[in-house]
Design a protein. Structure first.
Length: 261
């Protein structure tokens, strides 16, 4: 089923098209923006208690709401509580509002690696995990792209086994490659076990060939070997992938031949 995304454009125009909007923005919008950047709930609440509708209005030129700003913040100490307080004031549909780049607040939080804020939003609206961002990728892929392992682990557990409408073998393959690039081999192994028909294995082998350091850790090496020996690889690619080097470590040695074939 195709998801309808709530556009933020109407809210953005609120600040620009009405008489006195600029003055109102300087009086209310800017302080709310500053409070959201700092995750200062006392200042934000003082504004929102008088103007509750502003919780779903954009307060930046790019169309971000207070939640977009706070959910992706990394520095402030009180990010989690600030986001929780905001989400409590919002409807499930409000959480689906996107900025001008078509990104939800969850997408930005996933890209930033804020697992606690991600959990807060998903617990309120599980549909958020299926809403793609401006690049056409869902939050799980964004988290993997930036190597945010804790967020990937959480969102992967919320992803219905990568079987909803967004996921195809191609998009699963992209996720698999990003997990391998970021050393998330346990998730990579689970993906290839569930979807042995993924047709991008050669790309995964290429990533592994560029990561010799991954084989220095025994635990990672064991998971990698199990991934390579899974049914996702054709027999010709699996055969003799590992060999012992001079230091007794196991390493890839036929990857170049696999790519050449």
């Amino acid at each position: 089923m195709t998801r309808s995304i709530i556009s933020n454009s109407t809210n953005y125009l609120y600040w620009n098209n009405f008489e006195g909007a600029k003055t109102e923005y300087l009086k209310i919008g800017v302080p709310l923006y500053e409070a959201s950047i700092k995750c200062d709930w006392e200042d934000a609440y003082a504004i929102l208690i008088k103007n509750p509708e502003l919780v779903k209005y954009s307060i930046t030129e790019n169309g971000e709401t207070a939640l977009h700003i706070a959910a992706s913040a990394k520095g402030p100490k009180h990010v989690k509580q600030f986001v929780k307080n905001l989400v409590d004031l919002m409807s499930k549909e409000d959480l689906e509002i996107v900025n001008k780049n078509h990104n939800t607040a969850l997408y930005l939080a996933a890209a930033a690696g804020n697992v606690e804020t991600v959990k807060i939003m998903v617990e309120k609206n599980k549909t958020l995990v299926t809403i793609p961002g401006g690049g056409g990728m869902v939050p799980l892929y964004a988290a993997a792209l930036f190597g945010n392992e804790k967020v990937v682990q959480y969102l992967y557990g919320q992803s219905q086994g990568l079987r909803d409408d967004f996921w195809t073998n191609t998009s699963r393959g992209w996720l698999l490659e990003k997990c391998v690039e970021s050393d998330m081999f346990d998730i990579a192994l689970d993906i290839v076990k569930k979807f042995p028909q993924i047709g991008r294995v050669s790309n995964v082998l290429g990533v592994l060939a560029r990561k010799p350091e991954a084989f220095r850790e025994k635990e990672s090496s064991n998971i990698i070997e199990r991934t390579i020996n899974s049914e996702a690889l054709v027999p010709s690619a699996k055969a003799g992938v590992f060999r012992q080097n001079a230091n007794g470590r196991r390493e890839l040695h036929t990857v170049a031949r696999v790519f050449a074939s």
